[in-house]
Structure formats: structure tokens, C-alpha cells
Design a protein around this ligand. Structure first.
Ligand code: NAD
Length: 525
């Protein structure tokens, strides 16, 4: 497979920046036949790692945080050069999300992963003491996309290793250089060799990783690849988390601050050149403010500066590959043919470079158009007028996707009510997308946006298997439900059921004696 900005063969990945086409990294591709051996090495390292006390594992992760902090400028620059995003976005999205994930998870891992007492409410089992243990899975396979090449895998690897797992990461071949850098971060932080391994290549290496039978898979990427990953995991009965595409809706009510909401809309639609799973792709604006809101968005979009992400003043970088631009153009052509109007943008910007496309605002859209139904994953903000908040909610929910959404209103209470009505994994009121950087906030979608969660304590718990351990405090007492069945035991069982579950206290009370017959029964085997 080749593209003007990237090439990779069975042996080698040549990573080139999408803005200037300069070579970022020459990386040796992993032969798919090597992957199971690499996974076995990670498994060996993991067995020792899991024996290390959690507080020591936390120290390793803090040390990792220090390494990342020291190398932050180099890492931000590498991300920007390799995937083309503005340096400020590499800092805020990739670095902050990574550092915050380590900071937060090392704080909560102790209490979250400690054995937890399970009190029993049923008197028949009061003599038992129950515990929940959180055990690592073993080796977690992580397949990552290119668009947040540091933040996404790191916010998954950190909880995985904290919980005592080993990891085999397969980054996207479009961000192979950042993937290789991730490997070096763990070795510099002193993690045991082979505990966190990076395999490099395209889909064939990804599918070899699943075939090597990791104990769990965390996949982040497109719906199309997600289906293949889910099928491969199902065949081998490997549990998986799927973080897939989005078509996030933004609802702008008439009472919203339009200046703030329009700034938010252009940022959420165009940052990373619209190539974010939580990009705002569909806006539903109430009729009385829709025209003014669209005009503000268009005016702000037209002012954004295009160029190489390495220049700190640049706001819009290039798209990752030409096929992505073609997808955007096809959706725009389809929308215009069905009556939509492009009010700003809509063209390639060859003067800036081959991967550049203008930030585009389009109005007069409706749900017959592909731009409102398919993930665009490019710099397009589509604005549809609606008659009411109810219509906005109905349209927002009329989607196969369900990743995130936002509601804009001066009335936060009303915003919360609407948030509850939206079918999405996360809804922000008067902000957009930034929950991805809140370490306490779970991330994960519904429908075609996937299943399972990353980030937050819930994402940490995805990395452990819960084991229930039960210790009997009366080990010399045979249990009433064991063999030696008889009519008397059946009658006693019925009394027990009535004592526990009868709707009236009188009926319950009447059955106490009979129920005790089950406890102190004769004729056990
Ligand atoms: P992609 O699906 O093309 O690739 C994702 C990863 O899967 C890459 O590492 C790729 O090499 C690998 N892969 C490809 N074929 C495979 C196969 N058959 N088996 C196993 N692995 C395979 O996605 P992308 O272009 O890298 O990323 C963009 C997509 O990811 C968008 O749809 C975006 O919305 C989504 N995304 C979702 C989230 C989220 O958290 N929900 C975050 C970022 C991106």
C-alpha cells in the first residue's frame, strides 16, 4: 500500500509528514509470523510484573510521567510532524491527556484495585465472607489509530500496566514514528524489558496480533475495521473494547451565547482538521438563531490559518491522506446536489500543500444527505435548522453512531434534561469534546461507536478480571441444600422461600420455624 505521504511494505514503513512529505521515521515492520513470539515474551514479563506490589507499579508509571514531561517538546513536535496537527493540539490533546491519565490513575489505582469486601444480605449465607479481587488479564493487545497517536494508546497502556498486565501495541502505520517513541518511553522509565512491546505494520500485523491470542483486545479505529476486529475476537472468544467512529451532534438552542457557541463549533469541527472521533460534525440550531449562528461559524472558519502544524501560529493542518480528502469531497458533492449550500470553504488548498482542505461550513442540510449520516472525519461543519429542542434531540438520535454530543443553552438545567435524552456515551453542556481530556470521565460510545470504555476508573476496571472469593466461617457445617433430598427438605425449602420473600410480614413470620427446619435438617448425605 502506498500514498504520496506514506509507504509501507512487508519489511519497512517509511513515515512521511503529511504537510511537507519529509521522512519522519524509517521503521522496521514486524513480520506477522513474529507477533505470537512477541506476545509470548510479553506474557513471560507479565507474570513477574503482576507479582510486583501495586504501589511499586504506580512508581514506575510516575517515572514514566517524568520521562514524558522531560521529552514533551520533542514528543509534541514528533506528533505534529508525523500526523500534521498543529503543535498546540499535540500539546493539549496528546501530551496533556497522556500525563493526566498517569497522574489520575496512579492516585486511584490503590483504592480501585484493592480487594473489596462483599457484604451478604441473605441470612442463609451470612456466615460467609465474600471478596472481590481485581486480577490482571495477562497481556492486553492494543490496536491504535493515527489521529491521537500518543494520547490514545498511552491512556490505554497506562491503566493496563498499572493493573498488572503486559501490553502489545500496534500503532497505525501512519504514526509509526510516534509508536516507536512510545516503546522508548517505557524502556527509559525502567519498565521490565518486553513488558510493553510495539509491533509495527498495517492490518495484517493487527490481525496477527489478535490471532496471537492476547487475553483482551482494546481497539480504536474505524467502524469498518472494528467489525473485522470484533469478528476475529469473537472467533477466539477474546473480550474486546471497541472505540469506533463518531458523528457527534451539537444542539444550539435559541438562548445560547452564539459568539461562544460558534467559537466552540469551529474548534470542535476543525481541530485536527476534523479528524477526531469526537469532532462536532452535525449542528442542530434553533430556527430563530440558525442564520446568525451559521454566519458566525463561517466568518470564524474563514479566518483560520492553514499550514504546517510545526508553526505554532497555524490552526489547520493537512489531512492525513488523499483518500480522506476524496471522502470529504464526495459528501459535499452529494449534499450540494441535494440542495445544501457551502457558505465558506469547500475546496482543496494546493497552495498550502497537497493534503490541505479549507475548513467548510455547509447549511441547508438534512438527513437524506451522506454528510449528516456518515462519519466525515474531515473539516466540515454541517448546520441544520430545527423548529425546536425536541426536533433537535430527535435528529441527534437519528444516527447509527452514539459517541458524544453537546448542548448549548443559557439554561444549564434544561441542558441537563436534554443531555439525558441524547443517545451518546458522553454529553457536554456548554462545552464540546474536552471531556476526552478529563481523566475522571469515561470515554466510549453506543451503537456503531463501539462498546466498552476507556479513560476514568471504568477504563481502569476494563483492564482487570473480577474474581469473587468466598470464605466460609463455619467450615464444619454442611450446607442445607446439599444431598439427602426429601419431602421434608422440600417443605422446609418452601418455608424458607416464604420467610424470605412473602409479601406480608405475617406470612414471613409464620414460616420462620419451617425455614429453620432447612437449617437444622436431618438425613444429609
Ligand atoms: P483504521 O480503522 O483505518 O485503523 C485503526 C487501526 O487498525 C490501525 O492501527 C490499523 O493498522 C489497524 N487495522 C487495519 N485493519 C486491521 C485488521 N483487519 N485487523 C486489525 N487491525 C487492523 O482507523 P484510522 O484511520 O487509524 O482512525 C480513524 C478512525 O478511528 C475514525 O473512524 C475515528 O472516528 C476512529 N477513532 C475513534 C476513536 C474513539 O475513541 N472512539 C478515537 C480515535 C479515532
Amino acid at each position: 500500500m502506498t500514498s504520496p505521504s506514506r509507504s509501507f511494505t512487508a519489511d519497512r514503513i517509511e513515515s512521511r509528514g503529511p504537510a511537507a512529505g519529509d521522512v519522519i521515521a524509517q521503521i522496521e515492520a514486524t513480520r506477522p509470523t513474529r507477533v505470537s513470539e512477541i506476545l509470548a515474551e510479553a506474557r513471560r514479563a507479565q507474570t513477574e510484573w503482576a507479582e510486583i506490589p501495586l504501589r511499586i507499579r504506580c512508581k514506575f508509571v510516575r517515572c514514566l510521567g517524568e520521562v514524558i514531561y522531560r521529552r514533551r517538546a520533542e514528543l509534541a513536535e514528533l506528533v505534529s510532524r508525523e500526523v500534521g496537527k498543529p503543535i498546540v493540539e499535540s500539546q493539549f490533546a496528546d501530551l496533556v491527556v497522556t500525563l493526566e491519565s498517569g497522574r489520575y490513575l496512579t492516585r486511584i489505582a490503590g483504592p480501585e484495585l484493592a480487594p473489596r469486601r462483599v457484604p451478604h444480605s441473605n441470612p442463609a449465607v451470612r456466615a460467609k465472607s465474600g471478596w472481590l479481587l481485581h486480577e490482571p488479564y495477562g497481556v492486553i493487545g492494543i490496536i491504535a489509530p493515527w489521529n491521537f497517536p500518543l494520547a490514545i494508546p498511552m491512556a490505554q497502556i497506562i491503566p493496563a500496566v498499572l493493573a498488572g498486565n503486559g501490553v502489545v501495541l500496534k500503532p497505525s502505520p501512519f504514526s509509526a514514528g510516534v509508536g516507536a517513541a512510545i516503546g522508548t518511553l517505557f524502556s527509559e522509565a525502567g519498565f521490565p524489558p518486553k513488558l510493553v512491546q510495539v509491533v509495527q505494520g498495517g492490518g495484517e500485523v493487527g490481525s496477527a496480533l489478535i490471532d496471537a491470542r492476547p487475553d483482551k483486545m482494546i481497539f480504536t479505529g474505524s467502524v469498518e475495521t472494528g467489525r473485522k476486529v470484533a469478528e476475529a475476537c469473537a472467533r477466539l472468544l477474546i473480550p474486546c473494547v471497541l472505540e469506533l467512529g463518531g458523528k457527534d451532534a451539537m444542539i444550539v438552542l435559541a438562548d445560547a451565547d452564539l459568539d461562544v457557541a460558534s467559537s466552540a463549533a469551529v474548534w470542535a469541527a476543525f481541530s485536527n482538521c476534523g479528524q477526531a472521533c469526537v469532532s462536532a460534525e452535525r449542528v442542530y440550531a434553533e430556527r430563530s438563531i440558525a442564520v446568525e449562528f451559521a454566519a458566525l461559524c463561517a466568518e470564524k472558519a474563514a479566518r483560520l490559518r492553514l499550514g504546517s502544524g510545526r508553526d505554532a501560529n497555524i490552526e489547520i493542518g493537512p489531512m492525513i491522506q488523499p483518500t480522506q480528502i476524496e471522502r470529504v469531497e464526495e459528501q459535499l458533492r452529494d449534499a450540494v446536489a441535494r440542495g445544501a449550500q457551502i457558505i465558506t470553504g469547500g475546496r482543496r488548498r494546493a497552495d498550502a500543500g497537497p493534503g490541505f482542505f479549507e475548513p467548510t461550513v455547509i447549511t441547508g442540510v438534512n438527513h437524506t444527505m451522506r454528510v449528516m449520516r456518515e462519519e466525515t472525519f474531515g473539516p466540515v461543519l454541517a448546520i441544520q435548522e430545527v423548529a425546536s429542542a425536541e426536533e433537535a434531540v430527535r435528529l441527534a438520535n437519528d444516527s447509527e453512531f452514539g459517541l458524544a454530543a453537546s448542548v448549548w443553552t443559557a439554561n444549564s438545567a434544561r441542558g441537563r434534561v436534554i443531555a439525558a435524552q441524547l443517545r451518546a456515551g458522553a454529553v457536554m453542556v456548554n462545552d464540546v469534546a474536552s471531556y476526552f481530556g478529563i481523566a475522571e470521565a469515561p470515554h466510549g460510545g453506543r451503537g456503531w461507536s463501539g462498546w466498552g470504555k476507556t479513560h476514568s476508573r471504568i477504563g481502569l476496571l476494563e483492564m482487570v478480571q473480577v474474581k469473587y472469593v468466598d470464605v466460609d466461617r463455619l467450615p464444619r457445617w454442611p450446607k442445607p441444600w446439599w444431598y439427602g433430598y426429601s419431602a421434608a427438605l422440600s417443605a422446609a425449602a418452601d418455608s424458607f422461600i416464604a420467610w424470605m420473600y412473602a409479601p406480608t410480614w405475617l406470612e414471613r413470620w409464620r414460616n420462620v420455624r419451617g425455614a429453620l427446619g432447612a437449617v437444622f435438617r436431618r438425613g444429609r448425605v
